[in-house]
Design a binder for this molecule. Structure first.
Ligand code: PEP
Ligand code: MN
Length: 360
């Protein structure tokens, strides 16, 4: 299903590096900062230079970007380095200015992807242009909004599309700034197997020392590129200081990444893989068989409860089961997070089966 040629269509058409490396500051701050950063990135694996011109800030009062003047600095940086230039656009006015200033790549930010009105306005303003457009995931973990944004651009005749995974907001504090929720991104990758998939480890981690690990994880999952915030003086950046790296650090990160092949044709690899996959298939079918049997028992319990008019949900029992499974799972090397998710799903299915018995 995955046609690698089509997937890399604009990356290979434009002779860009693979994996694709996009780097540059969170925000364009001064002409000097833009030019210096771009010059230091020139001649590396970087093929696209990023810089935010208008910054969506969660609360007012922060630095909101330099605006239109920054586009002139990017034009200069492009003339001096030959790098393609990328900015974030959030409305039709931004698009119009980007087109006027010959910006090559436009990305739709996470706070814009959530808003179909804004995405449609951007798609209309870009109608039938030849720009590269990258769609970040929405701030909330909603696959349909992400898909919807890509569809709107596709319907506007945009051919050079790509996807950026920048993680999702959570109310609870985690070790990430934005939780990766890899499964949502994998679902998106599955849906758009022919579009380049780009990791944004800067906004996922919020911390420069976690960037390498998250980027490697993405490459292990077959991503096609990365967008990494890079600044000549990260600690004094006007936005997102903690997550930006220097051009030297960026080159280090990129050169230490291990690039995985999608597959290997060698006979020994294929034969070993086949054997192991047969084992997995067998375990999967056993799993289903056991879970099916477990449901039958749950149904019998449902019938018993119905007869005695007892509630389906028994919190005390459920907590005991979960605790025991977390501790048993731990001994088998299974994470608590997995056990909780897995048994919650099983428990919900059991409840649904018992409800059916109650209502029959
Ligand atoms: C950015 O790339 O600087 C940015 C604002 O990103 P996001 O939309 O992912 O928050
Ligand atoms: Mn940023």
């Amino acid at each position: 299903m995955k046609d690698k040629k089509a997937m890399k269509s604009w990356i290979s058409e434009l002779n860009l590096s693979h994996p694709l490396v996009i780097a540059g500051p969170c925000s364009a701050e001064t002409e000097e900062q833009v030019l210096k950063t771009a010059m230091e990135l020139k001649g590396s694996n970087v093929s696209i230079f990023r810089a935010g011109i208008w910054k969506p800030r969660t609360r007012p009062g922060g630095f909101e970007g330099v605006g239109e003047i920054g586009l002139k600095w990017l034009q200069k940086a492009k003339a001096e380095t030959g790098l393609l230039m990328a900015i974030e656009v959030a409305n039709a006015h931004h698009v119009q200015l980007a087109l006027e200033h010959d910006i090559d790549v436009l990305w739709i930010g996470a706070r814009t992807t959530v808003n179909p009105f804004a995405v449609q306005e951007i798609a209309d303003a870009l109608q039938n242009t030849d720009k590269i457009v990258l769609v970040k995931n929405p701030v909330n973990p909603d696959l349909s909004l992400w898909i919807g944004a890509v569809e709107r651009l596709h319907n506007a005749g945009i051919k050079k599309l790509g996807i950026i995974h920048r993680g999702f907001s959570t109310y609870e504090k985690t070790k990430y700034r934005n939780n990766p929720e890899w499964q949502i991104a994998i679902d998106m990758q599955h849906k758009y197997a022919d579009l380049p998939f780009i990791i944004d480890p800067s906004h996922i981690t919020g911390k420069r020392d976690m960037i390498f690990q998250v980027t490697q994880e993405a490459l292990d999952l077959n991503y096609d590129g990365m967008i990494i915030e890079t600044h000549i003086d990260p600690d004094n950046a006007w936005s997102d200081a903690a997550q930006q790296v220097t051009p030297t650090q960026l080159k280090d990160i990129v050169s230490n990444l291990i690039i995985r092949k999608e597959t290997d044709d060698a006979d020994d690899y294929q034969q070993n893989l086949l054997k192991l996959r047969l084992q997995i298939d067998e375990f999967d079918s056993k799993l289903l068989e056991v879970i099916g049997k477990r449901m039958k028992v749950a149904e019998s319990i449902g019938a018993l409860k119905k007869e005695k008019n007892v509630a389906v949900l028994q919190n005390k029992r459920w907590n005991e089961v979960l605790e025991k499974m977390i501790s048993d799972g731990n001994q088998k090397g299974l994470s608590e997070e997995f056990i909780v998710q897995f048994f919650k799903a099983i428990h919900q299915e059991s409840i649904a089966h018992q409800e059916k018995i109650f209502n029959s």
